[in-house]
Design a protein around this ligand. Structure first.
Ligand code: M6P
Ligand code: ZN
Length: 196
């Protein structure tokens, strides 16, 4: 990791950044239990363990003051009626936010707080979404014919808490109905206040 100022290019080619430290690939097999329709999920994974998204990271030390950033390519597809999406997470340090900048394709960001607020914001080329501190966030590709590509930056000390979302899910899902993306209540959402 460099200590000196540096620059890189967003190329949006096969390697969408001219330089990066790490590429994370998430396949269907990394998403077990995340989608609502588990029968559709199993049928899909039997056919092929498809690549769902790739995260190109410019790594920075995991301390306050640093600004890790990078670019994500989220491929198109459906699991049942649910669009391909990222796992989604809270930050381990809840009081940290994140910026997203849309580069290609069309999608939405689904967000919610532990207090029960939720929001769905569009993510498109030249569109910016701010995720304030306390808001869990997930990105959804609402096109079936185009990748959703976006740039992001978050505080170095934020960390990723996947467990909360893996257990309770998001309150809202984005599904395809009548050829359109629609936001619905998640029938499997587990209210943490009612959990025994
Ligand atoms: C964004 C950033 C990354 C994150 C990625 C994939 O690009 O928030 O930190 O890793 O989305 O999302 P997830 O980690 O929820 O799978
Ligand atoms: Zn985040």
């Amino acid at each position: 990791m460099k200590d000196h100022p540096f620059s890189f290019q967003v190329t949006l080619a096969d390697e969408p950044l001219s330089a990066y430290d790490n590429r994370i690939q998430r396949r269907l097999s990394n998403m077990r239990g995340i989608f609502s329709d588990s029968a559709a999920f199993e049928a899909l994974i039997q056919a092929e363990d498809r690549l769902m998204y790739e995260v190109y990271e410019i790594k920075r030390p995991e301390v306050a003051g640093e600004l890790p950033n990078g670019l994500t390519v989220l491929y198109p597809g459906l699991v049942g009626e649910e669009f391909f999406m990222t796992k989604g997470h809270f930050h381990k340090v809840l009081e940290t936010g994140e910026w997203y900048y849309g580069l290609r394709g069309e999608g939405v960001m689904v967000m919610e707080t532990p207090e029960g607020d939720w929001a769905v914001e569009p993510l498109r080329p030249n569109g910016v979404v701010y995720v304030p501190p306390r808001w869990a966030h997930r990105t959804v590709n609402t096109r079936l014919d185009a990748n959703l590509v976006f740039y992001w930056v978050y505080p170095g000390d934020a960390g990723h808490d996947y467990g909360t979302i893996e257990t309770q899910g998001f309150r809202k899902l984005v599904v395809q109905r009548g050829g359109q993306p629609v936001v619905i209540d998640n029938p499997r959402w587990l209210n943490p206040e009612k959990r025994t």
